[in-house]
Design a protein around this ligand. Structure first.
Ligand code: GYE
Length: 331
């Protein structure tokens, strides 16, 4: 009955909500044996995000036993809170969400807890005080990703005999307040404190998009072109920054120009790594759907789950990347 009610409500929501098909969708039919999951996605800002959405939709499919109510929050926390509240009212079996930012989730998660609906947080983390308000977290360790990047840079500069030289870094940040930004930024800033010859000469938000990064990089280049490293917090930003630098006559090449560092390692990002325009690309795996499916199935069977689960990740630099690796990538 609860599921029938959920299905009825979400159909009403689709028609009355004034939302387009891309923003909200329902897959599956309201049969009693399907597990009803409400999934609030951050948006569609990057290739990473699109791959993440696809992974969730294919793992939480009707064939696999789910009825999925998908909501695209278009980068607004407010929209996510509204969607989660709707899922609670619909009486879904599970709520899954990828939090846009780390803070501000306490009261809505309390509402979910009171309604006795397990919440699975994916991709980005939420503030520690919310600890007991979710059942499981599945995602990346962003500080560790940033550390991989900073250590690689230190190593590369050493090999090139540049350990003592002043290193001028432009830092393009992701969405401010998201854990992907917080972790990747903290690791870079920590590394800058450890290396007195490194300096962040500009720090701007690129919002994880190619367009915004192009815009901020273009305006940074009007102030200075004396840049050794550009540290971008995802592939979209790296591509936008490279567009701006090339337009301004700078070369992106770890041996003879600017060293560009990126995160995600999407297929397009890795094409740029193969072309040596991105020197280092730290992987962030968006294929989280199967992990969510596994967690829900375990919970359904009453089996113990791993509460915090970091997905294994690697990195590719311009020396290790190959055509075969790119062709075998799933995203
Ligand atoms: O790096 C970026 C995306 O939260 C890991 O968000 C995710 C980040 C990813 O839009 O491309």
């Amino acid at each position: 009955m609860r599921k029938l009610f959920a299905a009825f409500l979400c159909i009403i929501m689709l028609f009355l909500g004034g939302c387009t098909k891309e923003e909200q969708s329902v897959s599956g039919t309201p049969e009693d044996n399907l597990i009803v999951v409400g999934f609030s996605q951050v948006g569609a800002e990057s290739e990473w995000r699109v791959a993440n959405t696809e992974s969730m939709k294919s793992a939480l499919s009707e064939e696999n036993g789910y009825m999925l109510i998908f909501d695209n929050a278009r980068q607004e926390q407010e929209n996510q809170i509204r969607a989660i509240r709707m899922f609670i009212q619909q009486g879904v079996d599970y709520i899954v969400f990828s939090p846009n930012v780390e803070t501000g989730w306490n009261s809505i998660l309390l509402e979910a807890k009171e309604a006795d609906i397990p919440v699975i947080v994916i991709d980005r983390y939420i503030e520690q005080q919310d600890r007991d308000l979710f059942t499981a977290f599945i995602g990346a360790d962003f500080y560790k990703e940033g550390e991989i990047a900073a250590n690689w840079l230190a190593d590369f500069l050493k090999k090139r005999g540049r350990s003592e030289e002043p290193i001028r870094i432009v830092h393009i940040q992701g969405t401010i307040g998201s854990s992907a930004q917080i972790g990747r930024t903290a690791a870079l800033e920590e590394a800058v404190r450890r290396h007195p010859n490194w300096e962040i000469v500009a720090q701007e938000c690129g919002d994880f998009t190619r367009a915004k990064s192009y815009e901020v990089m273009s305006s940074i280049l009007k102030q200075t072109k004396d840049i050794d490293v550009v540290y971008c917090e995802n592939d979209g930003e790296a591509l936008g920054a490279i567009d701006a630098m090339e337009e301004a006559g700078l070369q992106c090449d770890p041996y003879s120009g600017v060293i560009v560092i990126s995160f995600d390692a999407t297929r397009l990002g890795l094409e740029y790594t193969l072309a040596r325009k991105i020197a280092l690309n730290v992987e962030c795996n968006p294929l989280q759907g199967p992990y969510v499916d596994e967690t829900i199935k375990k919970l359904e069977r009453g089996e113990p789950i791993e509460r915090i689960r970091y997905i294994d990740e690697t990195y590719f630099d311009f020396t290790s990347i190959t055509r075969e690796i790119i062709d075998s990538r799933k995203y």
